[in-house]
Design a protein around this ligand. Structure first.
Ligand code: KE4
Length: 427
């Protein structure tokens, strides 16, 4: 097709909206929270995206986390090319699948065995089923504002009160599906203690984003994760770290390395697939061998362990393993956070910039964000205005106050300058 006949972003959006609900394959991409027409992306390289109109953006979405090395890293492209030549899906174990599992096991002492799946949703859904089977209990505790994918049991909105039985967070989620889901505030260890004192013997697991990313970036208070570990162990409750976003992002060994807390089960995704569909969950051999075919807990997937995703994941982890990358990501994150904070201060606008390494969120209009309630007090209209200013300055940031922005090793200071300048223009 000649460039003259090539449809514009607007034309692609119109065609998309005829055949894809909202013109997207995942709701957040529709930009509903910030307004404006979402771009239709034609190509990506490094820290940049180009849309179908040829507009260049410095990318702080990075596909919501996977592209920690930037788009199209040579090592990832080479690994994919090699694997493509060998085949794309076998319905059988492949060497590259074993190699990625070995890398994950070597990086995370809490993981002795791992099962690959195709999304973070599958990882957390499967981990919960395993936890329920292993404990013989049904209850699960999650935090308000945490997102663990869209499996029914996790689509539970917090009711009124501190520790409430979940209410369906979406039409189509039956009351029965969340009848065993208890919702507590993040960072509130007393609420967890109260639940376990009341009915710990009924609780299979507590699942937590050890660094929250889905209420915006919110860090665990000092001692919170450690206290979760002590409390869950006391009541025989499994502790599940949902590290789909933080795994290999905040550190080589994820949040469990930073906190020295070993969960019973870990969920992974995003970075370990290098931009291809992937998820994984892992834990002790005793737990994981409860899974079919060695055990009786059923879990399966046609394309689980897909060789292309495995090859990309191995290439990414091999680049990350040296550890030097995390020093660079920490530097970039620190510079960007300081720039955003400085711009807000200069404008006299309250702003809490929460950051964990190369994932961060500027909460507008508030000074402190330690949980979902405090995140909810942020000025979402101001965030929408800032998002539009970012776009006008050639910056794409996740289109919600309750998401985390991401940096990669491909970002340079000019990209960060663009982000700070656009942010300041929107304040
Ligand atoms: P997926 O099923 O979308 O692969 O993973 C679900 C999931 C589970 N756990 C955590 C901590 C996650 O962050 C996610 C997915 N994250 C969102 C971004 N906030 C994905 C973006 C989207 O929904 O399009």
């Amino acid at each position: 097709m000649t460039s003259a006949a090539r449809p514009t972003s607007a034309e692609w959006r119109e065609r998309a909206e005829r055949v894809l609900p909202g013109g997207v394959s995942s709701p957040v991409r529709a930009f509903a929270a910030v307004g404006g027409d979402p771009p239709v992306i034609a190509a990506a390289r490094g820290a940049h995206l180009v849309d179908e109109d040829g507009v260049d953006y410095a990318d702080f979405i990075l596909a919501y986390g996977p592209h920690i090395l930037g788009h199209g890293h040579p090592a990832v492209l080479a690994a994919l090319a090699r694997q493509l030549a060998q085949g794309t899906a076998f319905g059988a174990t492949s060497a590259v699948e074993v190699q990625l599992a070995e890398r994950i096991v070597a990086a995370m002492p809490a993981i002795e065995m791992v099962r690959f799946v195709n999304s973070g949703t599958e990882a957390t859904m499967s981990a919960l089923r395993l936890a329920r089977a292993a404990t013989g209990r049904d209850r699960v505790v999650k935090c308000a504002g945490a997102y663990h994918g869209h499996a029914d049991a996790f689509l539970a909105a917090a009711g009124s009160g501190v520790a409430t039985l979940g209410i369906p967070g979406s039409p189509g989620v039956p009351v029965a599906a969340v009848a065993d889901t208890i919702v507590v505030p993040y960072n509130d260890i007393a609420a967890v203690a109260a639940v376990l004192d009341r009915e710990g013997e009924r609780v299979a697991a507590i699942i937590v984003e050890p660094v929250a990313g889905n209420m915006g970036c919110v860090l665990p208070r000092p001692g919170y994760l450690q206290a979760l570990r002590v409390l869950t162990a006391r009541f025989g409750v499994l502790l599940i770290f949902d590290e789909v976003m933080t795994g290999f992002r905040v550190a080589w060994g994820g949040t469990q390395e930073l906190s020295s807390v070993q969960p019973d089960l870990t969920c992974l995704g995003k970075v370990i697939g290098g931009g291809l569909p992937v998820g994984a969950f892992g834990g002790s051999r005793a737990l994981m061998e409860r899974l079919a075919p060695t055990g009786d807990v059923y879990q399966a997937g046609t394309l689980s362990g897909n060789p292309l995703a495995m090859a990309a994941g191995c290439a990414v982890l091999d680049e990350l393993a040296s550890g030097v990358v995390y020093q660079r990501l920490e530097e970039l994150g620190s510079v960007l956070a300081a720039g955003l904070s400085g711009a807000a201060a200069a404008a006299g606008v309250p702003c809490a910039v929460n950051r964990a390494g190369s994932m961060l969120t500027p909460f507008i209009g508030v000074e402190t964000v330690d949980d979902y309630a405090q995140a909810g007090a942020a000025d979402t209209d101001a965030f929408a205005r800032i998002h539009r200013a970012w776009r006008a300055h050639g910056v794409l940031w996740p289109p919600s106050q309750f998401e985390a922005g991401f940096l990669s090793t491909a970002h340079v200071l000019d990209d960060l300058d663009r982000a700070v300048t656009g942010f300041a223009a929107g304040l």
